[in-house]
Design a protein around this ligand. Structure first.
Ligand code: UDX
Ligand code: ADP
Length: 475
């Protein structure tokens, strides 16, 4: 028997990442009567979530520290005792990582479901009584079927008392605005077949989300809606980036075009910001999933249609690196570039699929010296992403060959700009809107360039300081 709504007292979330951590923090904050335990195999991550200093949580999100500060120790707990938390829970959220497979069947497109499968098996083994299992990770359509099959094998264990219901409840939060998105979501989507389980989850959200924003669908519609939402959003970015390239070629300005088309109420003004291409853990992965799914069902034209959104994104990143090289007389060997921003967007410390990674790698391949600065990304993360340890700048000479670039972390934009031929802005951090261009220009080598891939800098001030300015989408 599915427990009645009021019987949900304890919930557990497997996976203390960018989704699980903030989502559970907001649930605990809004539902003080619920005990919420977030578990993870990664002991270091759990220790960071339990850190006394709220400035050192493993995920940076504006407002997250305050929410965790209110709930942690009261009804929000972070632990590595996965089995204990599952056994105590009436509802278990699966919020583990689902990256694109790197090898085997579906490599490069299908999601790697090994973590989902492992966590479902753990739930099957450790659960007691009736447990509602909620898919939170973004998953390929029909993953719930696999989760159900694993749970079904344990159904009726423990003298018949062990039973399960599976729901899909995709998360639509965007990083950098996760807390605001969770506290005031456009909608909450719950897919499933067991009405009582659906209502039990709806009642949790009902503590702070109005009823008409809680949508109920079948399992597959819910899973597919998440992939579709991300595919449409990513498609808008590739669309505006394609037009940005045309603007540059023709003398139009993509911001003017975006404003003009965004005032059409059918199109709307959001997600029309041209830039270095989309990054983040979701967009590319979800589109590739969609492509894989279409091919699986023999829909080759549909697969190719969506694939193009990713191809254009890759092209946009390569195009920007090429633009830098060609502007700097076709060679970067022995030249220094200040790279401002490494996170995939502002207000997050996440670098997964960040456009900065591909762009910096391309520049390193050309022999550049990169001084990289980001307010929230540390040098260790940058080294892991670039696959290269930092080295001393100033060691390369005009004689060093292609593929031998170096990089070092800088503490500030001013430090990064010292001796640089160009400043390259890759993340739209607020601080980069108010840079002191006369101070930066004073420490750069002449002639000096600004490549603003986010169009956030004060271009007039940079020009007045003597820099040659390129902005994405400006002809
Ligand atoms: C996205 C979806 O927005 C969210 O609903 C889903 O749950 C997860 O994936 P996220 O990747 O965190 O969220 O951030 P988002 O704000 O969507 O940005 C994704 C990428 O697109 C970033 O690299 C961002 O810089 C880029 N972007 C976004 C643009 O280049 N232009 C825009 O106009 C908007
Ligand atoms: P997301 O952005 O989807 O939240 P993350 O990679 O940030 O993804 O977080 C996923 C978390 O799930 C990681 O911290 C990982 O250690 C954790 N995880 C994966 N598999 C398991 C498992 N079987 N049990 C507990 N934690 C797991």
């Amino acid at each position: 028997m599915t427990p009645a709504v009021a019987d949900i007292r304890s919930i557990c979330c497997i996976g203390a990442g960018y989704v699980g951590g903030p989502t559970m923090a907001v649930i605990a904050d809004r539902c003080p009567q619920l005990q919420v335990t977030v578990v993870d195999l990664n002991a270091e991550r759990i220790a960071a979530w339990n850190h006394d200093d709220l400035g050192r949580l493993p995920v940076y999100e504006p407002g997250l520290d305050a929410v965790v500060g209110r709930a942690r120790g009261r009804n929000l707990h972070f632990s590595t005792a996965v089995d204990d938390a599952i056994a105590a829970a009436d509802m278990v959220f699966l919020s583990v990582n689902t990256p694109t497979k790197s090898r085997g069947v579906g490599a490069g497109q299908a999601s790697d479901l090994r973590w989902i499968e492992a966590s479902a098996r753990q739930v099957a083994a450790a659960a007691s009584g009736h447990t509602i299992v909620v898919e939170k990770s973004t998953l390929p359509v029909r993953t719930a079927e696999a989760v159900k099959a694993i749970l079904a094998a344990a159904q009726g264990d423990a003298g018949g008392s062990k039973t399960f219901s599976v729901l899909s409840n995709p998360e639509f939060l965007a990083e950098g605005t996760a807390i605001a998105d969770l506290e005031a979501p456009d909608r909450v989507l719950i897919g499933g077949e067991d009405d009582q389980a659906i209502e039990a989850l709806a009642a949790i959200y009902g503590h702070w989300v109005s009823g008409e924003r809680i949508l109920r669908t079948n399992l597959w519609s819910s899973e597919l809606s998440k992939l579709t939402a991300n595919a449409f959003l990513a498609q808008r970015i590739s669309s505006i980036n394609s037009i940005a390239a045309l603007c540059e070629a023709t003398g139009a300005d993509v911001r003017e075009v975006a404003r003009a088309i965004g005032s059409d109420s059918r199109l709307g003004p959001k997600f029309l910001q041209a830039g270095p291409g989309f990054g983040g853990s979701c967009f590319q992965k979800d589109i590739l999933n969609l492509v894989y799914l279409c091919r699986h069902y023999g829909l080759e034209e549909v697969a190719r249609y969506w694939e193009q959104v990713v191809d254009l994104n890759t092209w946009q990143q390569q195009r920007i690196a090429r633009k830098v090289v060609l502007s700097l007389f076709g060679t970067l060997t022995g030249k220094r570039l200040a790279v401002l921003g490494f996170a995939f967007k502002a207000d997050t410390n996440d670098t997964r699929e960040s456009p900065a990674i591909r762009i910096c790698r391309d520049l390193l391949e050309e022999g550049a010296e990169l001084a990289i600065v980001d307010p929230k990304v540390d040098a260790g993360q940058i080294a892991a992403d670039l696959g290269q340890a930092p080295g001393p700048l100033g060691s390369t000479t005009g004689l060093v060959g292609v593929g031998e670039g170096t990089w070092a972390a800088a503490a500030s934009p001013l430090e990064a700009a010292r001796g640089a031929d160009a400043v390259l802005i890759l993340t739209e951090w607020q601080a980069y809107r108010h840079l002191d261009w006369s101070a930066l220009a004073a420490v750069m080598r002449r002639p000096a360039w600004l490549f603003d891939a986010r169009a956030v800098a004060d271009a007039a001030a940079a020009r007045a300081a003597g820099l040659t300015v390129w902005r994405v989408g400006e002809g």
